[in-house]
Design a protein around this ligand. Structure first.
Ligand code: 5AD
Ligand code: SF4
Length: 470
C-alpha cells in the first residue's frame, strides 16, 4: 500500500511541534512526506483558531479539495488541532468529504485513525472535553500532551528544537480561544522534559526553545516537590551539547525575579523575553481580563532592565479590541515608544465564538480603524527596530547559524562562499557571508549594516580584506 503524507501547518510554534510529532509517528509506520496533493494518500491540516483569518484559510484549502476527493475517495483528509477542537462536527457539515477531525489532545490517535478510515471509510471525530464538560481531572485527561518521538528531519533545522513543557492555559483572557481548545494548564513532569532534552542533545540539537502558552507560569508538583521554570532551566543547563535555551511565551504577571536571575546566571539562557502586553490602556486590559495594569507592566520592564540590562524584549498587541477609543490606542502607542521592544507582533482584534468577549462585549471598532491602528503601531515599532539595530553596527555578535539565507536560495556568493542566516542569543536575525561548514555552528559575526529586521555582517574569522566596503 502506498503511504504518502501531505501536511500543512498554520499557527504558533506549538502547532509546528505538534506537526513534528504527528509526522514522526506516521514516518515510523512507513509514511513518506510529499508536497504533491495528487500523490498523497493522507492529507492533513494542522489548524489554528486564534483569529478568524487562520480558520478562513483552512476552510478555503478544504474547499479546493472537494473535487480531488470526489475523484479519489480513497485519499484520507484530516483536520487536526485547534480548529478541529473548536468546530468539531461543523467541519463535516462545511466539508462533508473530510474523514478525520482530531483535537490537539488526541493527536496520538492519528495513525490508528488513518488506518481505520483506509480500511473502513467514514467520518471519525476525536476531540477533548469542553471546559464545562466534566471534572477538572477528566477534562485534563482529555487534553493529553503528545510528545513521543523526536524526528530531527522534521524540525526547522536539526540543531534547533521546540520542547513542550506545558499544555493548555488557565488565564482566560476574554478575547482568547486557547483555554477552550487546548484545555486546562498542565505542566509536564520535569523528568520527562529533561529526558527529552537529552534525546535532543544526543541528536545534535544545540538550541532548545521551551514552549508553553504561559511558559513562565510553569509549575509541576509531585511528592511534595514544586518545580518552576527557573528550576527547569538550572537542570537543562547541565546537559552537554545544548548551547542555547529560550522559552516562549511569557505572561507578564509571572515574570518573577527568580526567573530573571536564573536567566542572568545561566550563560546558556538567551537574553530574549517575549512578554505580550496586549494593550497600553488600563480600561482595555481590564476588559481583556489580563490581570495586570500598565503600571504593573512598566514595573516588570524595569525589573527586566535592572536584572538583564541587555535583554531583548518583544511583545504582542491587539488593536481595536471592544470599545477601544482613539485615546486608549494612543496609550498603546506610548507604551510601545517607551518600552522599545525588539519587535512587536500586532493583531487586529478578531472576535472568537466561545470566548467571554464574544458573549459580553461588542466587536465595535470598524475594520478600517483596526487596520489603520495596526499600521500606525507597526510603523512606530519599525522605527524603533531600525534605531535599535543601528546600535549594533561595528559590534561582533555570536550567531547560531541556521542555514542559507532565503535571498541566497543556496547559491554561492561571488567569493565562492554562501550567504547564511542565523540568530543571536537575543533572537536578532543575522545575514552574513560564510561557508557551508558554518551551518549549525556558533559563529562570531561582525555587523556592518542593518535593516529594521536584520543585521548584516561578515564572519569575524574571515580576513578583513573580504569586508564589504561601506
Ligand atoms: N484576536 C486577535 N488577536 C488575538 N490574539 C489572541 N487572540 C486574539 C484574537 N481573538 C493574539 C494575542 C496573542 C497572540 C498569540 O495572538 O496577541 O498574544
Ligand atoms: Fe490566550 Fe491569555 Fe492564555 Fe495567552 S494567556 S493563551 S492570550 S488566554
Amino acid at each position: 500500500m502506498s503511504n504518502k503524507l501531505y501536511i500543512e501547518t498554520v499557527g504558533c510554534q506549538m502547532n509546528v511541534l505538534d506537526s513534528e510529532m504527528v509526522v514522526a509517528s506516521l514516518r515510523q509506520r512507513g509514511y513518506q512526506l510529499t508536497d504533491d496533493l495528487r500523490e498523497a494518500d493522507a492529507i492533513l491540516f494542522n489548524t489554528c483558531s486564534v483569529r478568524q483569518h487562520a480558520e478562513d484559510k483552512i476552510y478555503s484549502a478544504l474547499g479546493r479539495l472537494r473535487r480531488l476527493k470526489k475523484q479519489h475517495p480513497e485519499k484520507v483528509i484530516g483536520v487536526l488541532g485547534c480548529m478541529a477542537q473548536k468546530d468539531q462536527r461543523l467541519i463535516f457539515e462545511r466539508a462533508p468529504y473530510v474523514d478525520l477531525v482530531v483535537g490537539p489532545g488526541q493527536l496520538q490517535s492519528v495513525p490508528a485513525l488513518i488506518d481505520e478510515v483506509r480500511r473502513r471509510p467514514g467520518p471519525r471525530l476525536q476531540v477533548g472535553l469542553g471546559r464545562r464538560d466534566g471534572s477538572v481531572d477528566e477534562i485534563k485527561r482529555s487534553h493529553e500532551t503528545f510528545d513521543p518521538l523526536r524526528d530531527p528531519e522534521m524540525r526547522p533545522t536539526p540543531f534547533q528544537a521546540y520542547l513542550r513543557i506545558q499544555i493548555g492555559c488557565d488565564k482566560f483572557c476574554t478575547y482568547c480561544i486557547v483555554p477552550m481548545v487546548r484545555g486546562p494548564e498542565q505542566g509536564r513532569p520535569p523528568e520527562q522534559i529533561i529526558a527529552e532534552a537529552r534525546v535532543l542533545a544526543d541528536q545534535g540539537c544545540k538550541e532548545i526553545v521551551l514552549l508553553g502558552q504561559t511558559v513562565n507560569s510553569y509549575c509541576h508538583r509531585s511528592g511534595g516537590r514544586t518545580t518552576r521554570l527557573a528550576d527547569l532551566l538550572y537542570q537543562l543547563h547541565e546537559i552537554d551539547g545544548i548551547v542555547r535555551l529560550k522559552f516562549v511565551t511569557n505572561y507578564p504577571k509571572d515574570m518573577t525575579n527568580d526567573l530573571l536571575t536564573a536567566v542572568r546566571d545561566l550563560p546558556k539562557c538567551s537574553h530574549y523575553l517575549h512578554v505580550p502586553a496586549q494593550s497600553g490602556s488600563n480600561r482595555v486590559l481590564k476588559a481583556m481580563k489580563r490581570g495586570y495594569t500598565v503600571e504593573d507592566y512598566r514595573e516588570m520592564m524595569q525589573r527586566i532592565r535592572d536584572i538583564l540590562p541587555d535583554a531583548a524584549v518583544s511583545s504582542d498587541f491587539i488593536v481595536g479590541f471592544s470599545g477601544e477609543t482613539e485615546d486608549e490606542f494612543r496609550e498603546t502607542m506610548t507604551l510601545v515608544s517607551e518600552c522599545r521592544f525588539k519587535n512587536s507582533f500586532i493583531f487586529k482584534y478578531s472576535e472568537r465564538p466561545g470566548t467571554k468577549a464574544e458573549e459580553l462585549l461588542a466587536d465595535d471598532v470598524p475594520d478600517e480603524v483596526k487596520r489603520r491602528r495596526n499600521h500606525e503601531l507597526l510603523e512606530i515599532q519599525n522605527l524603533i527596530c531600525e534605531e535599535e539595530n543601528q546600535t549594533w553596527i561595528g559590534r561582533t555578535v555570536s550567531v547560531l547559524v541556521e542555514g542559507p539565507s532565503k535571498a541566497s536560495a543556496g547559491r554561492a556568493t561571488e567569493e565562492g562562499g554562501l550567504q547564511l542566516c542565523g540568530r543571536t542569543s537575543e533572537d536578532r536575525i543575522v545575514v552574513f557571508d560564510g561557508d557551508e561548514e558554518h551551518v549549525g555552528q556558533l559563529m562570531p559575526v561582525t555587523i556592518y549594516d542593518v535593516t529594521a529586521h536584520t543585521l548584516l555582517g561578515v564572519a569575524a574569522t574571515r580576513q578583513l580584506a573580504s569586508l564589504p566596503l561601506i
